[in-house]
Design a protein around this ligand. Structure first.
Ligand code: SF4
Length: 323
């Protein structure tokens, strides 16, 4: 009888969770786009995704910051769709929804556990903003089955603070971008004029949740927030503003990762300045400024590593259950 009662309580929990998830997705305002579409009815908003979770790859990834990938690799799960769809996106095929397979929440939980089995240093949720309720359900399920490595939420920074609050207690490390301090660029490249404000509020909520950065004895991050900034060719002024804003607001509460890996993957007709890589001079100019500001908690990329392929093959590795 006792077992039956526990089972009934578990089923109630599951039903309640599914009801909440459906309720959120039936009038979606998970992110600042506030599309208010019914994704449970198969409709899609700006991110291009309905209720069904779609992923394009789940594998060990060696190219994150050293405290995230280390030598073990980060267990990266690449979600299909994106709420930003920047015109220069390096992962365009998954951002626009062309690549990926539909999976259940139960399979997503299994994938987390399989990555842990492979000795991943953490579970790295790449661009999962539009799937937050489903991710929470999968994490609940995986944690009950022994998932105990840190969870990293890796996103473009265009987040709704209220939605991020749902992740409190589920996410250990936040890894957002802060792309633009200049809203003109946010409009031009990502159709998001309120990006600077929304992303700043989001980082604030992330830091509130994680507190000061913490590392284990091997140097892996256990908790904390790392904010990434990708320098765009011809836009070092924006980069300097970003660094100043982040450093002034958060100081040593965050790590800042300054990236020069921008690679033009297709020809830009309108914004031709994006048709080249960032020059060494541009990168050094931004780094010099970071030193001038006194940024100590930081990561930067050097020389050749910046040119190696950071664009993984979206070949569905790790997506299907192995027989
Ligand atoms: S998650 Fe997608 S559908 Fe929902 S508000 Fe954001 S872009 Fe729109």
């Amino acid at each position: 009888m006792k077992v039956n009662k526990i089972q009934t309580e578990k089923n109630k929990d599951k039903t309640l969770r599914q009801d909440t998830e459906s309720c959120i997705l039936a009038d979606c305002s998970l992110c600042p786009r506030n599309c208010h579409v019914d994704r449970t009815a198969g409709k899609t908003g700006y991110c291009g995704m309905n209720q069904k979770v779609k992923i394009a790859r789940a594998a060990l990834h060696m190219w994150e910051e050293p405290c995230i990938s280390g030598t073990r690799g980060s267990g990266a799960v690449f979600f299909t769709g994106c709420n930003l769809r920047c015109c220069f996106c390096q992962n365009r095929e998954i951002a626009i929804g062309d690549s990926g397979l539909e999976i259940t929440e139960e399979r997503l939980a299994e994938i987390f556990l399989e990555l842990q089995e492979k000795d991943a240093a953490n579970i790295n949720l790449v661009t999962g903003t539009h799937y937050i309720p489903q991710i929470i359900a999968a994490l609940d399920c995986a944690k009950k089955q022994g998932l105990n490595i840190p969870v990293v939420y890796n996103c473009g920074g265009y987040e709704n603070t209220e939605t991020l609050k749902l992740l409190d207690g589920y996410v250990d490390i936040y890894l957002p971008d802060y792309k633009y301090a200049e809203s003109e660029l946010a409009v031009k490249f990502s159709h998001a004029n309120d990006y600077p404000e929304r992303a700043m509020e989001a980082v604030n909520e992330m830091v509130r949740q994680t507190g000061m950065p913490q590392f284990d004895a091997e140097g892996y991050m256990k908790r904390g927030t790392i904010v990434r900034h990708l320098i765009l060719p011809g836009h070092t002024r924006n980069s300097k503003k970003v660094l100043k804003l982040l450093h002034k607001t958060f100081g040593k509460q965050i790590y800042i990762s300054i990236m020069n890996q921008y690679t033009p993957v297709f020809e830009q007709k309108e914004y031709t300045e994006l048709n080249r890589c960032v020059t060494r001079r541009e990168y050094e100019k931004v780094l010099d400024y970071a030193f001038e500001l006194g940024i100590e908690n930081g990561f930067f990329q050097d020389g050749e590593t910046a040119r190696e392929s950071f664009i993984p093959a979206f070949d569905y590795e790790g997506v299907r259950k192995m027989p």
